[in-house]
Design a protein around this ligand. Structure first.
Ligand SMILES: [Ca+2]
Length: 340
């Protein structure tokens, strides 16, 4: 039997638009790095939940909070063309927490563009690096346009995005990441035949409950990242209720964390091999991910997750978060009512 410590390290580029659930994903990725299971080659930011400049700043502040000064950080290009998600994530994308965080440690003015950083890493390490894309696919598409075929140099491309049997979350039919830049999504879905896709069909079941969250963070009252995370979760719980995302449950959906779970726990998911197309023009269906239901020969381009073991997903998430937090700050035991 192969123990986790003897598995080869998976090197990852995290392409992200933080974003509340992006931050949960980043915390989890850092926890897996601490355990020696993952290397982080770069974090590449992209406009989406909020502007490109704000997602860059957010990622920089979070890396600083987590004590990571080494990971290269890419900046997204351009201005936001669509409607952002600041109504869910707060005007700063982080539940108005940015004022409480340490200042950014990276400079927007001198940072390398995200598509260029992706190209650089893939060309230096062909077939070795996994791209985990948890924002709009703008950076990946631009990298592919600048260097056609470059995405095939990635070991894997794992995408949180799309909605198939499940309805959308930004329109009736579309999921936010795809809807935000459907032309980019079309480019990326045409780039490889083995994309790994975690759509809303599975992520809408990943409700991180407020009770579970508090039981984690309460054990580490002196660990600043735990305090920040709890404040963020409280904010996201409020907006999730307001926007009717959780069927009245107290908590919020950790869509992006599904892509991190796949890296180390792929057996939590069941996949269908599918040919996925992106609707780029529909009046009512723009940004929809489409597959053909007919029983005809197909040329698949993706493995699409259709089921997830929710209980085991959160078992893995909490275990990794506890291990990470305990390493940084030993937990405070609950008070003993019988102690004099
Ligand atoms: Ca995201």
């Amino acid at each position: 039997m192969v123990s986790p410590s003897s598995l080869p390290l998976r090197s990852v580029i995290l392409d992200t638009d933080p974003g509340g659930d992006d931050i949960v994903a980043l915390f989890w990725l850092m926890a897996l790095k601490q355990r020696g299971l993952i290397q982080i080659a770069a974090v590449t930011t992209v406009g989406g939940n909020v502007s490109a400049a704000q997602t860059f700043r957010n990622a920089s502040q979070m890396l600083s909070l987590l004590g990571d000064t080494q990971t290269p950080l890419g900046r997204g290009l351009g201005e936001i063309s669509g409607e952002d998600a600041s109504h869910i994530h707060g005007a700063d994308g982080m539940g108005h927490l940015s004022q409480q965080l340490p200042p950014p440690i990276h400079s927007w003015n001198t940072a390398i563009a995200s598509p260029r950083l992706i190209i650089q890493i893939l060309e230096q390490h062909p077939q070795q690096v996994t791209i985990v894309a948890i924002g709009p696919l703008t950076n990946l598409a631009q990298a592919e346009q600048m260097k056609p075929g470059v995405l095939r140099q990635a070991k894997d491309v794992v995408i949180m995005g799309g909605a198939f049997e499940q309805g959308g979350n930004i329109t009736s039919h579309a999921e936010f990441n795809i809807y935000f830049d459907p032309i980019a999504a079309q480019t990326v879905f045409a780039s490889r035949s083995d994309l790994v896709v975690l759509p809303l069909d599975v992520t809408h079941r990943l409700l991180l409950s407020q009770t579970q969250g508090r039981s984690l963070t309460a054990a580490y009252p002196h660990y600043e990242p735990a305090r920040v995370l709890q404040q963020l979760w409280d904010f996201l719980t409020t907006t999730a209720l307001q926007y009717r995302e959780t069927q009245g449950e107290l908590g919020f959906l950790v869509h992006d964390a599904a892509a991190i779970a796949y890296l180390c726990y792929p057996h939590l998911f069941t996949f269908q091999r599918r040919q996925v197309q992106i609707e780029t023009r529909g009046e009512w269906s723009r940004g929809q991910t489409v597959w053909d239901h007919r029983l005809l020969p197909q040329q698949p381009n993706a493995w699409v997750a259709c089921d997830v073991d929710v209980a085991q997903f959160f078992t893995c998430l909490w275990a990794d978060f506890h291990a990470s937090f305990a390493q940084a700050a030993p937990p405070v035991p609950p008070s003993d009512p019988y102690r004099p």
